[in-house]
Design a protein around this ligand. Structure first.
Ligand code: ADP
Length: 174
């Protein structure tokens, strides 16, 4: 029989309890690549949540342009001084992944009414399936026009996309 100190379990139990109480949000997306728009959403959501997990979803209909490794590397670089932000990838239903990491909230940015219509269905279906709430932040006027597709096109054609990339992130043509 293995003897385990009761205090050890008490500590582990408390840790789980604390984690359960923490407001954890999952920020899912392609981040192909991360832009100042994504960065702005995370920074503005930090006062609302205890922890934000940026989660790069595998999407069968949307094959990434940049490798997963590069996308993760750039995100880590952007938030290297923010211990409450982490990054990972996932390959399952977003709500299932939320449960796995104990995230009770999904975070999304809204740029346009098109975003809204699309996001509304997903958020309502997610809410119906689970109890996970989606929190939307409107984009700031300066970042509303920024989108990863256009940033990718600029890079692909050898242009300078630094204006739309978080500070210090340098991405060259692949
Ligand atoms: P997805 O393919 O899931 O839309 P994206 O990486 O394009 O993945 O976007 C992830 C999230 O970031 C989405 O909620 C999107 O609305 C938000 N987002 C994208 N671009 C911007 C931006 N310029 N400003 C604010 N939020 C943005």
């Amino acid at each position: 029989m293995i003897f385990v100190d009761k205090r050890f379990w008490q500590k582990e139990y408390n840790k789980t309890k604390i984690n359960k109480m923490k407001k954890i949000a999952l920020f899912p997306g392609s981040f192909d690549p991360i832009t100042i728009g994504h960065e702005s959403i995370v920074k503005r959501a930090l006062p609302i949540f205890d922890k934000i997990i940026i989660a790069i979803g595998y999407n069968a209909n949307k094959k990434g342009y940049f490798t997963l490794e590069d996308r993760i590397k750039w995100i880590k670089q952007v938030f290297e001084n923010e211990p409450r932000v982490s990054v990972t990838d996932y390959d399952e239903l977003t709500v299932d992944f939320c449960k796995k990491v104990n995230a009770k909230y999904i975070l999304r940015g809204l740029r346009t009414s098109i975003d809204f219509e699309y996001e509304r269905s997903i958020a309502q279906m997610n809410k119906a399936m689970t109890d996970i709430e989606t929190w939307f932040l409107l984009t700031t006027p300066e970042t509303t026009a920024v989108n990863s597709t256009i940033v990718r096109d600029i890079i692909r054609h050898g242009g300078d996309a630094r204006l739309f990339l978080p500070e210090g992130i340098k991405i060259n043509k692949q």
